[in-house]
Design a protein around this ligand. Sequence first.
Ligand code: HEM
Length: 53
Amino acid sequence: MNLFGMKTELINSVLDGDSDQGGVMPALKSTLSKADVNDIFEYIKSINGRVMK
Ligand code: HEM
């Protein structure tokens, strides 16, 4: 699976929340912007080259 292709979907899960995975991911758009979430994902990429290549 190419996680990079899912990046927009993952960012939207953080901004809008998601309850499809057995728990409730809270919507964070009141505290984080799309650019903030993108920065967090870029940071994760920078410390683990196998994530979202
Ligand atoms: C910047 C990235 C993220 C942050 C800061 C974040 C933050 C959080 C926090 C604080 C909770 C706990 C909520 C609570 O118990 O009240 C949570 C739960 C959860 N998050 Fe995220 N999350 C992020 C990314 C993601 C992504 C990308 C996904 C899915 C693709 C995800 C899926 C979930 C799920 C399923 C839970 C519920 C877990 C459970 O209750 O068993 N999260 N997240």
